[in-house]
Design a protein around this ligand. Structure first.
Ligand SMILES: Nc1ncnc2c1ncn2[C@@H]1O[C@H](COP(=O)(O)OP(=O)(O)OP(=O)(O)O)[C@@H](O)[C@H]1O
Length: 224
């Protein structure tokens, strides 16, 4: 059976602010196959982050069906969401949120230790990932000693550390200059492909989106 990594059906989310209801997602359907890298584009405020929060099981308040790796998540308790996030998902944000007092290597080791991997194996995996992103000679640098692009590469390595089935990224290169953004995104995509993960990557940048396998567009709460 060709199991989808993501299957969304009729996903809805609205927010009420000052007695006004805004319907941000009005019935989103989306399928992502294993190994498929999908760009999520849409104007500012169209709901890209909201949709990523739905797929990442980071917020409640959604209606509809969210299946990840074949498992329906809508009725699961919070502990089920935590398990899926830990076992299946990796996240990259616009601002890397690296641990400032830990080295690049330690930042990539940490999520593996939390997942129960042994220290030695975690260090080897972290080093392999960081080397494949060109950071072989930056393993022991703390984030403040790294450039913005290097910090974002560490965040990419961290997201992939536990071999997630699905990587979710919200404007992963949005804080970098255009040339660096392009380079880091190309490396990110190539590492996701090498690792055999699927990915959903929100971006404003159509040129970067065009480098992915497929582009989906959020407009007025619907995907096309
Ligand atoms: N917690 C919240 N409470 C109220 N409104 C919210 C909340 N979160 C998001 N919204 C509203 O939902 C809409 C979509 O926001 P979202 O951040 O998902 O858009 P986006 O496409 O990611 O935007 P950007 O590209 O600017 O990051 C916006 O109008 C925003 O104000």
């Amino acid at each position: 059976m060709n199991q989808k990594t993501v299957e969304l059906r009729n996903v809805r989310r609205s927010f009420v602010q000052a007695d006004v209801r805004i319907e941000v997602l009005r019935g989103v359907d989306l399928d992502i196959n294993a190994n498929e890298i999908v760009a999520l584009v849409g104007p500012s405020g169209s709901g890209k982050s909201t949709l990523l929060q739905a797929v990442g099981l980071l917020e409640g308040g959604f209606e509809g069906s969210i299946k990840l790796n074949g498992e329906e998540t809508a009725q699961l308790p919070a502990s089920g969401h935590t398990r899926i996030r830990r076992d299946l998902l990796g996240f990259v944000y616009q601002f890397h949120h690296l641990l400032p007092d830990f080295s690049a290597l330690e930042n990539v080791v940490m999520p593996q230790l939390i997942a129960g991997v042994g220290q030695k194996a975690a260090e080897q995996r972290a080093e392999t990932l960081l080397r494949s992103l060109g950071l072989g000679d930056r393993l022991n640098h703390t984030p403040s000693k790294l450039s913005g692009g290097e910090q974002q590469r560490v965040a990419v390595a961290r997201a992939l550390a536990n071999a997630p089935k699905l990587v979710l990224a919200d404007e992963p290169t949005g804080n970098l200059d255009e040339a660096t953004a392009e380079l880091v995104l190309a490396e990110f995509i190539s590492l996701v492909r090498q690792e055999g993960s699927a990915a959903l990557i929100a971006t404003h940048n159509e040129r970067l989106a065009a480098k992915m396998d497929r582009v989906v567009r959020l407009h007025e709460g619907i995907l096309s």
